[in-house]
Ligand binder design. Structure first.
Ligand SMILES: NC(=O)c1ccc[n+]([C@@H]2O[C@H](COP(=O)([O-])OP(=O)(O)OC[C@H]3O[C@@H](n4cnc5c(N)ncnc54)[C@H](O)[C@@H]3O)[C@@H](O)[C@H]2O)c1
Length: 371
């Protein structure tokens, strides 16, 4: 024990959770207890360097496990919960929504119930300062037309099994505040990108496919629009909402950075053309590739694919002083560099082929950098 305040973090081995755990540990203000089931989407390597740190505790287990969750509240006496554990990939939810229902709905409910029982037993000061921060998505609001933005007032209209399960969990969080007074805060954020993202998601998928000379699949005609936020900016928003957010409130978070899918893929290709020119990479040179853009292929659209997401983040900016700091071009470049520099991390979640490949094909890079 180090005398720091303890946070119960769920899903810390996932993409956003790993970045958030790092941010919290860097602040030196908290002890972080990370409950993660280590599903396919988790990567133990993401937080491997925190092992042995007295302010970090890892617990392998599911948020659906009532006894385990209750025992963690009892043992660690957290001053709050940062709830990120979820099934998060829309395409998987279309194939089979069962896990989404279990983790996102039942798991969130289980966590809320345990938090409520624990919170009821706290003294008045601890009760007052306790927070249950639920991390959600803008996808619960459905799809926008050519104009307009999602705000905290936008009615819910989830269109995929993923967003339906997240919407359901948001409603339970809201209800636990209104019914029992549990001090909850919800954030609904747009698409994140950055280091430690599982390579089934669009940006890492495109980077890694391109570097392996594989096709770059773009849904429909590539005109669907998403708002992209660098993951560290999202983590800063989560921390602010946790520390300063008003119980019962919702804050929508976004990067004011709308990109058509096709434009995004073209930007990734342009940066890759510069930092890893195809003619300098054995396998791609053999394919006669001049630009990664030649790998782009349009594929049948995802069923129920929302057209456009965009966020008006005015409330969190005005009330909590949050601002996105990382410009998209810079964040995208940093992300690409990170995937180039971390083949072992990618191997851990992709079965090993990428690391071998990158060692073989990127010998030129190591040579170039050592000069
Ligand atoms: N990625 C985005 O762009 C984005 C945007 C807005 C909101 N969100 C939300 O943020 C949260 C984190 O998203 P992410 O992209 O980091 O997800 P992710 O899929 O990368 O990670 C999810 C983590 O949760 C863990 N997990 C899954 N089921 C669990 C269970 N039953 N018990 C304990 N742990 C379990 C996994 O092992 C994994 O470590 C999710 O709630 C998601 O809905 C994500």
């Amino acid at each position: 024990m180090t005398g720091k305040q303890t946070i119960l973090l769920t899903g810390g081995n996932g993409f956003i959770g790993a970045n958030l755990a790092r941010l919290l540990m860097k602040s030196q203000q908290y002890r972080v207890v990370n409950l993660d089931a280590l599903t396919y989407a988790a990567n133990p390597l993401s937080l491997a360097d925190l092992e042995g740190n007295p302010d970090y505790v890892f617990v392998k287990g599911s948020i659906t496990d009532r006894e385990l969750v209750a025992s963690l509240f009892k043992q660690y006496q957290p001053m709050g919960v940062l709830h990120l554990a979820a099934e998060s990939h829309v395409d998987r939810s279309i194939v089979n929504a069962e896990d989404f229902l279990q983790t996102n709905v039942i798991g969130t409910f289980t966590l809320l119930e345990a938090a409520r029982v624990y919170w009821n037993g706290l003294n008045d000061d601890a009760k007052e300062s306790f927070r249950f921060l639920h991390v959600s998505t803008d996808e619960v609001f459905g799809s926008l037309g050519a104009d307009g933005y999602f705000t905290e007032e936008t009615p819910y209209a989830p269109n995929s099994p993923y967003s339906a399960s997240k919407a359901s969990s948001d409603h339970f969080v809201r209800a636990f505040h209104h019914t029992y007074g549990l001090p909850t805060v919800i954030t609904n954020c747009s698409n994140n990108y950055g280091p430690y993202q599982f390579p089934e998601k669009m940006i890492p998928l495109m980077i890694l496919n391109a570097l392996s000379g594989k096709q770059l699949p773009v849904y429909g005609d590539g005109s669907n629009v998403r708002d992209w936020l660098y993951v560290e900016d999202h983590c800063k928003a989560i921390r602010l909402a946790f520390e300063k957010g008003v119980p019962g409130e919702v804050y929508v978070v976004g990067g004011s950075n709308e990109q058509k899918n096709l434009d995004l893929v073209n930007q990734i290709c342009a940066i890759l053309d510069e930092v890893a020119p195809p003619e300098e990479v054995n396998q791609l040179r053999e394919q006669g590739l001049k630009s990664y853009k030649e790998l782009i292929r349009f594929v049948t659209d995802r069923p129920g694919h929302d057209r456009r997401y965009a966020i008006d983040a005015g409330k969190i900016q005005r009330q909590l002083g949050w601002q996105a700091e990382v410009r998209f071009e810079a964040g995208l470049r940093q992300t690409i560099e990170w995937y180039l520099q971390n083949p072992e991390w990618v191997d851990q979640v992709s079965g090993g082929a990428y690391g071998e490949w990158i060692k073989k094909n990127y010998a030129w890079r190591a040579e170039k950098e050592s000069k």
